[in-house]
Design a protein. Structure first.
Length: 206
């Protein structure tokens, strides 16, 4: 007698929203892994190249930016819309999209972004700076990134030059009124304590 195979029961997609420090940005958190890295889309043309989900979200007139990381999507809205008018639509749309298991990020995205990053980084570190930059990167990855990610954003080390550390802010951190305070009082303070050579931390929007 043949054994009857039990069909695999898929757990239903759960989705909830979380506030972020940026009033124009909301975090949509699911119980599914969407993308095991970070993907930041500031406009529809980049989204069309690399993400069906981001492209679909940009079709909504009130979506200004889409950031995808791990199990959440951070959406930045146009300032002339209120969250109470649009949140439910976005929530239902993202939940349905994830439930249907459609493509989130296209193959090759991470490699393409790494190549762009490598080409845009013209600074070559020598001597003591090599260890210094490694230490700064490790501190950002260990202490800053997890906290920023909780708020639906991301921070990346860009460069170190004569005591000035430049970082790139993405997701909810990009354009957030409180990100400057966090940058100066939190990140800059910590790096100055841990790496005395650091004089200042400045940011660029990703």
């Amino acid at each position: 007698m043949e054994a009857v195979e039990n069909p695999v029961t898929k757990s239903p997609v759960m989705l909830y929203t979380e506030q972020t420090p940026n009033p124009e940005t909301l975090k949509f958190v699911t119980n599914k892994m969407l993308y095991r890295s970070t993907a930041d889309f500031k406009d529809e043309s980049t989204a069309k190249e690399w993400s069906e989900l981001a492209t679909a979200l940009f079709k909504f007139p009130y979506v200004k930016g889409v950031y995808i990381c791990n199990n959440f999507v951070t959406v930045t809205k146009e300032f002339n819309y209120a969250w109470e008018d649009i949140m439910l639509n976005l929530k239902e749309f993202i939940k349905a999209y994830v439930t249907e298991e459609k493509s989130i990020i296209s193959e090759g995205y991470e490699a393409a972004m790494l190549e762009i990053e490598a080409n845009s980084s013209e600074i070559i570190y020598t001597g003591d700076e090599v260890e210094l930059v490694k230490k700064i990167k490790d501190l950002i990855d260990t202490y800053v990134k997890p906290a920023v990610e909780m708020d639906g954003g991301n921070i990346e080390f860009k460069s170190y030059d004569q005591g000035i550390v430049t970082v790139i802010l993405q997701g909810s951190c990009s354009g957030c009124p409180s990100s400057t305070v966090t940058l100066k009082s939190g990140i800059e303070g910590m790096l100055k304590r841990m790496v005395p050579e650091v004089k200042e931390v400045v940011s660029e929007m990703g």
